[in-house]
Design a protein around this ligand. Structure first.
Ligand code: LLP
Length: 420
């Protein structure tokens, strides 16, 4: 939910853009601290860094005792660069870094083997490939329980239409592969989508206990279970906020049932991305043009979907505020907010299926600042160089102190890749 835009905060944002330019990502460290602290009942909170993978954000997470998930070689190297280490032996259970994926490309395979990063395997093929280069490697099994949900079909990661995870009915084959290849099973993991649905949660927890029972029945043991991520945040005023204590209690009950099955303590992990960072971030963009297209009033800013992809990709809603450059009060009017890209879908006010919507915003003028809220998760990390636009800068704010944590890319840097 957007933090209220007080005059003080509006002025601070203006100062930041004067100093660092636009468009600009801004993260508030205190929000990240608050969210991490709300989850401290879990034995391990593992940040799904795909949501926001800047190494300075990872360093902040590390200082808060939050561990990290990596889904690519690049994310493993980012975690190492941020000072995370890989636990060996018994510590592999609580390793700082876990690699989660549905396949291992050859380069990533070499990297996870070299650093012995525990691998959360989403396919049985990964197990044999891993064992061939890294005997006894610690593994988790990411299971697809046969159902899932998400805030859009694109973020549903369970069920038979999802490519993710080892199909629940194939757990016996996966366990046999672990045994045959001499790998070490650490735990079971499930992540069925982004956006918590309490209706589903009882089913997910039940499925986890059932799968743990199958591990025991196969004569094998495990040390941990992971609830995955998926904790939603209220993007719109009035949307429910997750109660972390309630969420924990539901999973803790499942953990206790699983402990009864195996006869010893199990570590309970959570793997949130969005929950930890979404509300910490805003995208600041400058209004560069105003247009009237028939009856539609367009406000056009210097940020596009190459920066913030969520509205174009999922029809996602992000709250917005306008900061008039001259500080004046202006009447609101229904406005379409669009970016600079040569593509019709470059609209921040759109719904599912690309339908163009309007937002009531104060009458804008060139030079005003647009604040797009709750963009700390899947904002910068999903950006691209489309239309040959360099990646923009990121700033981390501690109180009133702002620190540049990624400088703006230059076009020369883009061209250098092709300068063969
Ligand atoms: N764990 C695994 C294995 C995942 O695949 C994901 C997200 C997470 C954890 C973290 O999920 P979260 O807590 O952030 O919901 N780009 C989309 C979200 C895609 C999520 C993909 N997997 C968006 O902008 O909404």
């Amino acid at each position: 939910m957007p933090q209220a835009l007080t005059p003080d905060r509006a002025q601070f944002f203006q100062q930041l853009t004067q100093r660092f330019g636009t468009p600009l990502w801004v993260y508030d460290a205190q929000v990240i601290r608050d969210r991490a602290s709300a989850l401290k009942q879990f034995d391990v909170v593992r940040f799904a860094q795909k949501a926001c993978s800047n190494t300075h954000v990872l360093r902040l997470m590390r200082s808060l005792g939050v561990k990290v998930d990596a889904v690519s070689r690049g994310e493993v190297l980012r975690a190492l660069a941020a000072g995370y280490t890989v636990g060996q032996g018994d510590d592999a259970v609580h390793s700082d870094i876990v690699f989660t994926a549905d396949l291992l490309d050859r380069e990533t395979l070499r990297t996870v083997a070299e650093h012995r990063v525990p691998v959360n395997a989403g396919s049985i093929d990964m197990l044999g490939q891993l064992a061939a280069v890294s005997p006894g490697h610690p593994v988790w099994l990411r299971l697809n329980p046969g159902f899932g949900h998400g805030h859009s079909n694109k973020t549903n990661t369970g069920g038979e239409h999802s490519k993710h995870g080892i199909w629940h009915e194939q757990l016996p084959q996966a366990l046999a592969a672990i045994r045959t290849h001499g790998l070490r099973l650490i735990g079971l993991h499930m992540h069925i989508g982004s956006g918590v649905d309490y209706g589903h949660l009882a089913q997910v927890c039940g499925a986890m206990v059932d799968l743990v029972r199958q591990v025991r029945d196969a004569g094998m043991d495990l040390s941990a279970i992971s609830a995955g991520g998926g904790l939603s945040i209220p993007y719109k005023v009035g949307e429910d906020r997750i109660d972390p204590a309630h969420y924990f209690s539901l999973w803790d009950t499942a953990r206790q049932q699983a402990q009864e099955v195996v006869g010893h303590a199990l570590s309970l992990e959570l793997e949130p991305g969005r929950y930890l960072v979404a509300e910490s971030g805003v995208l600041l963009a400058e209004v560069r043009a105003i247009k009237q297209q028939g009856r539609q009033h367009f406000l056009m800013v210097d940020a596009g979907f190459n920066e913030l992809m969520r509205p174009a990709m999922y029809g996602s809603f992000h709250a917005m505020d306008l900061i008039p450059a001259d500080g004046s009060q202006r009447p609101a009017r229904p406005t379409v907010v669009a970016g600079p890209l040569c593509e019709s879908g470059d609209v921040f006010t759109q719904g599912d299926g690309g339908v163009v919507l309007t937002r009531d915003l104060p009458e804008a003028q060139v030079g005003d600042l647009l604040v797009i809220h709750d963009t700390g998760a899947y904002g910068a990390s999903m950006s691209s160089n489309y239309n040959s636009r360099p990646l923009i800068a990121e700033v981390l704010v501690e109180g009133r102190e702002a620190r540049l944590i990624r400088r703006r890319q230059t076009v020369e840097e883009l061209l250098a890749l092709e300068d063969l």
